[in-house]
Write a protein of this length. Structure first.
Length: 96
């Protein structure tokens, strides 16, 4: 299967690991413009949860743009990171 995939891909593409034989599709995982993380919180401590994650994002990535909006009893937190990798790291570090 790997051999067939390698034969079909362009010459300038190398998306397999020669050491382990694994095939990787990086483009499906990381997109350069995927920088916005939207989270919604509800309940008694919704604002506290939103503020806590806001502070964590700004502490880890100070250039992050943050918006918190309220809709009835729900708070929406929008974190716009400078780079998509920052969003991914933040999600991993905070189990999101």
């Amino acid at each position: 299967m790997i051999k067939q995939i390698k034969e079909q891909q362009a010459n300038n593409v190398n998306d397999s690991c020669a050491d382990c034989g694994s095939f990787v599709d990086i483009g499906a995982v990381v997109e350069a413009d995927d920088t916005v993380l939207q989270l919604s919180f509800s309940g008694i401590d919704a604002l506290l949860k939103a503020n806590t994650l806001q502070e964590a994002a700004l502490q880890r990535f100070p250039e992050t743009k943050v918006t918190v909006t309220q809709h009835n009893d729900q708070y929406d937190l929008v974190l716009a990171f400078e780079f998509s990798v920052e969003k991914m790291i933040f999600q991993l570090e905070n189990s999101l």
